[in-house]
Design a protein around this ligand. Structure first.
Ligand SMILES: Cc1cc2nc3c(=O)[nH]c(=O)nc-3n(C[C@H](O)[C@H](O)[C@H](O)COP(=O)(O)O)c2cc1C
Length: 184
């Protein structure tokens, strides 16, 4: 692991030059396949992000790219493919819910990774005060208001401030590793 040096920390505090961004130098990128092969060695928890579009249509997708960012304020980020139907809603509507899936929710993960127009038709859920769906049976739900989006290659980093959590006791996680679901 590479730790920040004290000089780096000072640079961030003083708002100095930011680290070089990908693509700004002449170093060639690794091939997409090699990148995927390496990244699939990372075991990840599985989540479902839900939101609602400007017409009130409910949207949801399965994701692994979720990171806790800050404790105070409580921030998280999700990396969402720019082709996802969720992107316009996330940019415009500024609210979403993250559902951390339990070991028994592989079917939910596959369902929300699909391409149905209405993914909520046969899914037990309720709607929160911001109009975003809350899917029943998740290990944890983090209800978020948007705190900004950052373009990043073919994905968008979506930052959310968590205003409410719902946590189930004693659930085991659903894990995705090497293109397969696992239970621990
Ligand atoms: C295990 C797993 C993890 C995924 N992780 C992400 C992710 O982190 N970000 C993302 O944008 N899509 C991810 N996807 C793909 C989306 O779930 C999939 O493209 C989905 O169809 C998008 O829904 P939409 O087209 O209705 O927006 C993942 C899919 C699976 C099965």
């Amino acid at each position: 692991m590479v730790a920040l040096q004290s000089g780096d920390q000072e640079m961030y505090r003083s708002g100095g030059q930011s680290p070089r961004r990908a693509g700004e130098d002449e170093t060639p990128s690794v091939q997409e396949r090699a990148f995927k092969e390496a990244m699939c060695k990372l075991a990840s928890g599985v989540s479902v992000l839900t939101t609602v579009d400007e017409h009130g249509c409910k949207i949801g997708l399965t994701m692994t790219a979720l990171i806790s960012v800050s404790l105070n304020p409580p921030l998280l980020l999700a990396c969402i493919d720019n082709r996802s139907r969720a992107i316009p809603a996330l940019v415009a509507r500024k609210c979403f819910n993250i559902h951390i899936l339990g070991a028994e929710q592989e079917k939910i993960a596959l369902h929300f990774a699909g391409s149905d127009v209405d993914k909520f038709r046969d899914i037990d859920h309720e709607i929160n005060a911001h109009g975003c769906p809350k899917v029943a049976g998740s290990s944890a739900i983090l209800e978020c208001v948007g705190d900004g989006v950052i373009p990043a290659g073919d994905h968008t980093i979506v930052i959310g401030r968590v205003f409410n959590t719902v946590v189930e006791e004693q659930t085991r996680p659903l894990i995705y590793h090497q293109r397969e679901f696992h239970r621990i």
